[in-house]
Ligand binder design. Structure first.
Ligand SMILES: [Zn+2]
Ligand SMILES: [Zn+2]
Length: 468
């Protein structure tokens, strides 16, 4: 695995720099094992078999015993047949030769074939994947169990120290780093280096706000060979070889995903919308402190709407509010919401409220909801304020920051109460159910909680200076 020909980059153009950033080296041991795994050998039944299910081919041998199956397979590694159970007709078994024995698996079909979690289009694919998995897990069980102990993922973090070098390299040429990684592992297809370099490059951006964000891993089928960006090992198998974060594109083994820290940096290209997007995901993707909808709308309202009668209570035209939402989804922070397009400030106020209502997790999160309600029920005002303060500390950082910013704004709104007739209590009625929703959608609970939701927002506005 030595980087035998790693010289194309470091040897030539920048060899003088001893501490130069080295792209992580992919480990190809498991890739080689996958290449060595026995291939499936389909043993066809010489006779026409009656009652063959239409989703099986001629590898189906009908009702035969285990011993007969064993004979047909004739000790050939990778050989397989399908048979119907003698005791339970209608139940099917895959008989497969591996490791000098015949393995029998109960086989299922629901439009796709499966024996475990993975679903396959064909029996051939199922057997191919099964043989790879059996082979790798037999040959490399100890290796796999230790795979996560020395992750390359750490190096990505270290890239901050190497910031300058990385950025110099990135600016020099985009393709050079890719070339370097390919030559470091001869003849092994490598294509994921670009995402690592991308991640390394991201850490040099000082503008980002250090909100923690968990990755959004989903089981993924990779086309072509892929390497885990956590442990640097090959992701084996035919399908569902690992998981991919749908926000940032990080690819890792399922077992490695448990060790990846909550440092997801969403890729703007993967975030399709502004509304209905998770709050932390949105601010990380846009590299802002708060959702830019909140900043834009509040800026606009403070510029021309603070004295507007019934601000946030009077509703704007629904269609116009939907227009604003579409503009943000389409144009992001470049959305034009100026008076020349939307002269009615209630449309902007409505768009801001809609943004909060559309959040998949409210600003006051489901996790903290009941704690806020409990705090609101305390009768002693000082104790109540103390309790609210404590729960506020439990909010995710981006949620906390958004709430803080909104409350400073709403406080300003109340300072113009003489003109707009909106005090903290009125605003509590409007914003209570917008900022907090009970985790379970129970109408009764919502009705009972309404006055406490109102009270929480009222307390937050009136005490924003001491609470945040
Ligand atoms: Zn991610
Ligand atoms: Zn891994």
């Amino acid at each position: 695995m030595a980087a035998s020909s790693n010289s194309s980059l470091s040897g030539s153009s920048v060899s003088s720099d001893a501490e130069e950033y080295q792209p992580p080296i992919w480990k190809s041991y498991l890739y080689q094992l996958q290449q060595e795994a026995p291939r499936p050998k389909r043993i066809i039944c010489p006779q026409e078999v009656e009652n063959r299910p239409k989703y099986y081919g001629r590898e189906f041998h009908g009702i035969i015993s285990r011993e007969q199956a064993d004979e047909i397979l004739a000790g050939v590694e990778g050989a397989y047949i399908l048979r119907e159970s003698q005791r339970q007709p209608g139940c099917y078994t895959l008989a497969l030769r591996f490791g000098n024995q015949t393995l029998n698996y109960r086989l299922f079909y629901d439009g796709k074939h499966f024996v475990g979690e993975k679903r396959f289009e064909s029996i051939h694919d199922l057997v191919t994947d099964g043989l790879i998995t059996l082979y790798i897990e037999t040959k490399a069980s100890e290796y796999i169990s230790k795979m996560t102990t020395n992750p390359i993922y750490e190096h990505i973090g270290y890239a901050t120290l190497l910031r300058e070098k990385v950025s110099r390299r990135l600016s020099r040429t985009k393709n050079e780093s890719r070339k370097a990684s390919v030559t470091s592992e001869e003849n092994t297809p490598v294509e994921k280096i670009t995402s690592l370099v991308r991640r390394a490059a991201l850490t040099q951006n000082d503008n980002h706000f250090n909100y923690e964000k968990a990755h959004n891993f989903k089981v993924h089928t990779f086309r072509g060979p892929h390497w885990c960006e956590y442990c640097a090992n090959f992701m084996w198998g035919l399908i569902a070889q690992g998981v991919r974060c749908s926000d940032c594109g990080l690819n890792v083994h399922k077992q490695c995903s448990k060790y990846v820290p909550n440092d997801c940096q969403p890729d703007l290209k993967r975030i399709k919308r502004v509304y209905c997007c998770d709050l932390t995901t949105l601010v990380k993707a846009h590299n802002t402190q708060r959702p830019m909808v909140v900043d834009s709308c509040i800026r606009e309202i403070e510029a021309r709407g603070l004295k507007s009668e019934g601000l946030y209570r009077v509703s704007g035209f629904t269609e116009h509010i939907e227009d604003v939402k579409m503009a943000f989804d389409r144009d992001g922070d470049k959305a034009d919401i100026s008076a020349s397009i939307y002269p009615d400030i209630n449309i902007i106020a409505g768009a801001l409220k809609l943004y909060f209502r559309d959040l998949p997790i409210p600003v006051i999160t489901y996790d903290t909801y009941s704690k806020f309600i409990e705090a609101a029920k305390i009768s002693n005002p000082d104790e109540r304020l103390e309790a609210v303060h404590e729960v506020l500390m439990l909010l995710p950082a981006a949620h906390y920051e958004t709430l803080r910013y909104l409350m400073i704004h709403l406080k300003k709104v109340t300072l113009h109460e003489k003109e707009n007739f909106m005090n903290a209590e009125n605003l509590g009625i409007v914003f209570g159910p917008t900022l907090m929703r009970p985790p379970e959608d129970s109408t009764l609970a919502t009705l009972n909680d309404m006055r406490y939701q109102k009270l929480i927002v009222q307390i937050l506005i009136e005490n924003e200076d001491v609470l945040f």
